[in-house]
Design a protein around this ligand. Structure first.
Ligand code: FES
Length: 270
């Protein structure tokens, strides 16, 4: 395990005029500048490799906040890291469903394989391992994430192969399509500076769309007189056709044909 103990401030920072200008650009995207604090903190991580005190002070300076106010936000959310992160942040979901489907086993195997504990970085600085709590991808449990890209239906064997590939520099793609970049590059995208690859791969596979398929097959529609909420918060009559309500057909979603559908198709309507 790499020694990730770092002083509060190293006295060095990569935050210069360019980053400050980009912070101002982010702040200008919002009616109230302080709304840009979360993306600005991601920008700090993309430059510094962690949330540094210099990064906190830069955000505070640009937004007219105190360092304490920025620090309070940076220490609240788990996606902001106070210690340097490796080239790849590898998360293993150990929340209930993933845990019983193998997530706990995967996490234990990776700790052993990488010789690190939770939230620790490998000696070569490549991998930071962390257990995550529900990635909202339970339909593909057990899931892992690399720099917040999904890896579905994992096993201890596929997990160790994944981290080995990352450490060796082999190109790795998420089964949902995205090519894995470095953690710093991913943080820049999260900050709001797209890399042009947001639409790589499919957006939903068979397991995710199973409910829609069943609704179509069984001609299920929303109850008569039901209401939906429009984006402005006003109630509106549900006027969506069954076809539109069911969304895109699973077979129209490329790349997920081999995924298991975790649905009991044998259940009949009453
Ligand atoms: S329990 Fe792992 S994604 Fe929900």
């Amino acid at each position: 395990m790499a020694d990730t103990t770092v002083p509060y401030s190293t006295g060095e920072t990569k935050i210069g005029d360019t980053t400050i200008a980009e912070m101002r650009e982010l702040a200008a995207r919002y009616p109230v500048g302080r709304s840009a604090l979360l993306p600005m903190l991601h920008l700090v991580q993309s430059v510094e490799g962690r949330i540094t005190p210099e990064g906190i002070e830069a955000c505070a300076h640009v937004l007219g906040l105190t360092g304490a106010e920025v620090s309070a936000v940076a220490t609240f959310y788990t996606m902001y890291k106070r210690r340097p992160v490796g080239d790849y942040h590898v998360g293993v979901c150990t929340n209930t469903l993933c845990a019983v489907m193998g997530g706990d086993l995967i996490f234990e195997r990776l700790k052993q394989h990488l010789d690190v504990g939770n939230d620790e970085t490998t000696e070569d600085g490549k991998i930071t391992l962390e257990h995550l709590e529900c990635n909202a991808a339970c339909d593909y449990a057990p899931v892992m994430m690399v720099n917040w890209e999904f890896f579905d239906d994992m096993t201890p064997e596929s997990a160790t192969q994944l981290v080995d590939d990352l450490r060796e520099g082999t190109e790795v793609k998420s089964p949902r399509g995205a090519t894995i970049c470095t953690w710093k590059e991913a943080e820049r995208v999260l900050a709001g500076f797209p890399d042009g690859r947001a639409d790589e791969g499919p957006t939903g596979g068979k397991a995710t769309l199973a409910g829609l398929r069943l609704a179509r097959e069984r001609n299920w529609t929303a109850p008569e007189g039901s209401h939906s909420r429009s984006s402005n918060g006003r109630a509106a009559e549900a006027s969506v056709s069954p076809e539109a309500a069911a969304g895109p057909r699973p077979e129209d979603q490329p790349g997920k044909e081999s995924q298991a559908v975790h649905t009991d198709d044998s259940r009949k309507e009453d």
